[in-house]
Design a protein around this ligand. Sequence first.
Ligand code: CP
Length: 320
Amino acid sequence: MEKSNNPFYNKHYISIDQITSVSQIKYIFKLADRYKKCVLNHKVCEDLKGYTVAILFWQPSTRTFTSFVAAAKRLGAYAINVHGMTAYSSSVKGESLQDTIRSINQTTACDAIVMRHPDNFSSLNASKVSTCPIINGGSGKAEHPTQALLDLYTIYTKFKRLDNLNVVMCGDLKYGRTIKSLAKLLALTGKNNKITFIAPKELSAPTELIKDLKKSIKVVEQQDFDNALTKADVLYMTRVQKEWFEAEGRLEQYEALKHRYVLTRYLASTMKKSAMIMHPLPRVGEIMEEVDEDKRSWYFKQMRSGLYIRMALLKSVIIK
Ligand code: CP
């Protein structure tokens, strides 16, 4: 592998555990700032002209898929987009994930592959055979490392700091992959960060994750909002993930839990004026639409961060 100051160059990005220093985060944020300026000023920025990016999704997506497609195209790359891998690729005929990746390497001569797949180890397994970098756009219940970077970038955009943040994460902390990746980043960026996890015991964050986080930052677990909202800088809501209950034949339990936490205008009014409300989306009832007009609601602006961060990541893994 060639030497470079770019810590992402020619590497897979499959787990948040690969981010081990704040300098890696700052590297991506700086590039994201540059691309943000390009996009907002309608500037052509063809850093990836002549390169090819394959974007392969075996699971549904609105934001991650479209922002990666937009990111590749805005950088001038050829974007080969297959949203329906489950229905239309030779996975249907029983082809292994690794053979599919080997095939896409050959048929497209791609310089990077972005993938989303229901298996926790999908990106890792793909990375073992791919001839180009793999970027994980969501793997099972385990990881969503590009979402974590865009979430942190959104927080940094507002607060201009990555430490001394009181973050409340609420909802499905068992199946939700975004909170796991973001929590790890917050533990890395500031020893004065605090995370309060709010979930029913059936949906609590994995014990191993809590144990790891507690080595670096203060972590509190509770089942109700109690007074956590009044002190939060960031409230990160998540949906209860029906698809995993469905897969495990536990839809009754989903129905009982799905509206356990609902952010109303009244609850939002108890939060600090300087707070921000985030959600990776899609939402399915856990933030009422009446909250949308609140200036502290960042969940729509949060998505736009995904475009800039994903442009920065694509460029970084492909070009030195
Ligand atoms: N936040 C997120 O991953 O959204 P999509 O599932 O729509 O990509």
